[in-house]
Ligand binder design. Sequence first.
Ligand code: BTN
Length: 324
Amino acid sequence: METTRGKLIEILSNHPDQYLSGQKLSEQLNISRPAVWKHMKELEKDGYGIEAAPRKGYKIVNYPDKVSENTLSWGLNTAWLGQEMIHKQSVTSTQLIAHQEAQLGAAHGTLIIADEQTRGRGRLNRTWHSQKGDGIWMSMILRPKFEPHKSPQITLLAATVLAEVFKKHCGIAPQIKWPNDILTEGKKLSGILTELQAEHDQINYIVLGIGINVNHSSDQFPEDLKDQATSLKVETGQEWELKSLIQNLLSTFEKRYEEFVEEGFRSVKLRWEAFGYRIGEYVTITTHQHEWNALIMGIEHDGALKVRDEDGKEHVLYSAEIKW
Ligand code: BTN
């Protein structure tokens, strides 16, 4: 964390049981004492508990759960993902802002995150319910060097990262419904929306949007979603702190993204299949107005769905309507 406020948090956090004087802090940060005091007030606004004792100085007694650029940056263990970040309380859609920022030249790894979206977008022009404070609604700007036809693989990669983190961080058993819905017990926990800007054979940028239902109770979902949607809280019976979950997602995504760039899709494919929903089971598929039954086998080396029909013939599907 490079900002003065970031350094201030770092210094105070390194001395948890000790007051640090305004004088000492001003020398270490190379700012005036009134400026130190002003930063302390800003930290309080961000939800930090600051104890100030006359003639002794300051110490942090409480760290906030609240999501903000500051709270997310402190303790974020990434080299590029989320190093540039825009946090807003309320937006129409983080996708929209990410596109605007990307067109203005925002760096690879820039993160847009909001407490609430008033017009959250889902796949296939659906809306995405994005209630205030209860979920994670974020979009990342990626500027990969690979060819545009590989961009759907990024979506599958993101799905495996979400499943991996939900399993490790929250102890649940998520499944990925092809291509990229994250489910638990057959209900949707999280969705991914990948939007691409490319020219000729080059990706200009990708906006990768991720929505996660975290602290919703089941009665907080709109009527039409109640049977289909779930949250981490519903699945685990406990509330989850958003900040550390987001930090965990970002650092895992960065690690897996770099592996993918260096080694290709192979490791993503294996991980995806380990979480794959209804692999080895029959589903009903509709292609060109024709309904047929097929066994889900897994995914191909490029992320397409591999199935076997009832006559034993294998098919590779890039899009299909599937009755799960
Ligand atoms: C889906 O239909 O499953 C994809 C849902 C993607 C929702 C996320 S929330 C953050 C980002 N902003 C949006 O408007 N949509 C994506």
